[in-house]
Design a binder for this molecule. Structure first.
Ligand code: CO
Ligand code: ZN
Length: 364
């Protein structure tokens, strides 16, 4: 199987699985099985992070890879008398992208289908038609006639809801579209990088963590970094490819298909939370890309961050960098990315881990 075909099938399987923040069970089992094929050890910690280990020649020199397994979603907060479900968002949900979507409600009796209802244009006043929807006015229709019927189907307060969407190709090449590429593409890349490292062992011992609860504040990353206590961390996550119709080139951030992005800095708008990538880690990644002939872009993102924002502040500080996959329309059911960028990200991460030496990370 080609590298691209392997990433395609892993991403398809992972992105179609459910794993709303805090409720990652389905996707966690899939990741665990895949990691067990080639890792020396796989464990699940108390918050649900999957931690896989590939021993290197030096077991004391530890490198951590992290990619979050959770995805944004919804949570049922009220069942109406007539069977409709009201909900709250889990993570950064844009209500505009919810209207008219098919969803899956994860109940204790299994997954049930629903749709996010909308009023037909015929019934809207001109003023109403102009307004963006608000989450508090939206509801899920599961085809139940009453609260009792909804409960009999298994629904209860606190059930989480994901978008229902298959991964498919666009065009004839390497572009794909689907849901939860944020961050199942990072997990897929991490799995392929660990497979490659298991076949040709580097100096560093590598821990790959599929983290929980990134979308609600990088919670799984914090505890797993504390436990592993690595010398360096590389996070794999998506970043905004804003290279679309109507946007000026200076606002692209990164371009789809122009190579994985090496993060320089990110920041969550209006706060000081984010990451200044550790210059030694950033330069290791840049040097690796240049010397190995791997295409790359440099990324500065104002408006969001990744697990590295918490990892670098754990214990006495962990030198951290990020390899980002350019992705359009993040946090929607129609995310778009290029599998070529993903294949190049696997190469970049694998080769950087094979090169790194403890002295590369020190300021002394
Ligand atoms: Co996200
Ligand atoms: Zn993400």
């Amino acid at each position: 199987m080609s590298d691209q075909a392997r990433i395609f099938s892993t991403l398809k399987e992972l992105s179609e699985a459910c794993g709303v923040s805090g409720f990652e069970e389905e996707v966690r089992q899939l990741i665990r099985e895949k990691m067990e094929e080639f890792s020396d050890e796989v464990s699940v910690d108390k918050l649900g992070n999957v931690i896989a280990k590939i021993k290197g020649k030096d077991e004391g020199f530890k490198v951590m890879l992290a990619a979050h397994m959770d995805e944004i979603g919804l949570m049922v907060k009220h069942i109406e008398k007539n069977g409709f479900l009201r909900f709250v968002p889990v993570g950064g949900v844009n209500p505009v992208m919810l209207v008219g979507q098919r969803v899956l409600v994860i109940t204790r009796k299994g997954k049930i289908r629903g749709v996010v209802g909308t009023r037909p244009p015929h019934l809207l006043t001109p003023e109403e038609a102009k307004k963006a929807p608000e989450i508090k006015n939206l509801f899920i229709d599961i085809g139940a006639k009453s609260k009792e019927e909804a409960e009999k189907m298994g629904v209860r307060i606190g059930d989480v809801v994901t978008l229902e969407r298959d991964l498919v190709r666009l065009g004839n090449g390497s572009i794909v579209t689907g849901k939860a590429f944020d961050d199942r593409i990072g997990v897929a890349i991490m799995i392929e990088a660990m497979r490659a490292l298991s076949e040709e062992r580097p100096l560093a011992t590598t821990y790959a963590v599929a983290t929980v609860q990134e979308e609600v504040g990088c919670r799984g990353a914090q505890v797993s970094a504390f436990k592993i206590h690595p010398s360096m961390a590389i996070v794999l996550d998506i970043t905004a490819a804003n290279d679309v119709a109507g946007v000026e080139e200076r606002d692209y951030i990164v371009r789809l298909g122009a190579g994985p992005a090496i993060k320089v800095m990110d920041v969550i708008s209006g706060s000081f939370l984010g990451l200044i990538a550790h210059p030694k880690v950033r330069d290791l990644l840049i040097k690796t890309a240049e010397e190995e002939g791997i295409p790359y872009q440099l990324e500065i993102l104002v408006g969001g961050s990744t697990d590295a924002a918490t990892i670098h502040l754990v214990r006495e500080g962990i030198p951290s960098g990020v390899v980002s996959i350019p992705t359009r329309y993040a946090h929607s059911p129609t995310e778009v990315l290029s599998l070529d960028d993903a294949v190049n990200a696997v190469k970049l991460v694998t080769k950087a881990i094979r090169r790194v030496r403890p002295e590369d990370l020190s300021y002394q």
